[in-house]
Design a protein around this ligand. Structure first.
Ligand code: SF4
Ligand code: SF4
Length: 174
């Protein structure tokens, strides 16, 4: 998330939060210094790989923005979704982009509520991508509104945010 001290694009991320709240990603990696500095304030995952990582939904996201903004990890400050990049490059308008992320937020909230909790450590986007490709006919018969929300959410995340359902917040240091 790139919301913070006000610049023109802050409003976009403040209206969104999808790269922090578990909609798009499952986890993000830290370097060793950040882990020591921020580990107590983030929901750290058990150390199973070379790099320390924290889980999403991020414990520093309060529903409106990042409560660690000035000290946030470098992976967060580097990350930009495709929509953010387009606004930055002025190939998309910020106002119209805010409308897009607001729609994604509404859809994500509805889908999350209907799907309920999940025992597996998947982002909402990973769950939606799986459901959309494997059980769409059965889902459409059982709950057509949910099926439509899932289809629209999948389309918008792919098309507007340009994020693949891989789980990890991209951009960790090499
Ligand atoms: S997904 Fe994009 S628009 Fe949304 S908070 Fe993250 S960088 Fe900002
Ligand atoms: S530390 Fe801040 S910017 Fe990074 S994932 Fe958490 S809420 Fe988002």
């Amino acid at each position: 998330m790139r919301s913070g001290p006000l610049d023109e694009l802050s409003a976009l991320c403040l209206a969104c939060g999808a790269c922090c709240d578990g909609t798009l990603f499952t986890h993000a990696e830290l370097d060793a210094d950040e882990s020591a500095r921020l580990g107590a304030r983030l929901r750290m995952l058990p150390l199973s790989s070379e790099r320390p990582a924290f889980a999403q939904p991020c414990s520093a996201h309060d529903g409106a923005g990042c409560t660690l903004y000035e000290q946030r990890p470098s992976v967060c400050s580097r990350y930009r979704c495709e929509l953010y990049k387009a606004c930055e490059a002025k190939t998309a308008k910020v106002d119209a982009s805010i409308a897009l992320v607001r729609r994604i937020k509404v859809l994500a909230a509805r889908v999350r509520e209907k799907l309920g909790s999940d025992d597996t450590p998947r982002s909402l986007w990973q769950r939606v991508a799986t459901l959309g490709s494997t059980t769409s006919a059965e889902l459409a018969a059982r709950d057509p509104d949910l099926a439509m929300d899932i289809a629209e959410l999948a389309l918008r995340v792919k098309r507007d945010l340009g994020v693949a359902p891989d789980g990890k917040l991209p951009g960790s240091s090499p």
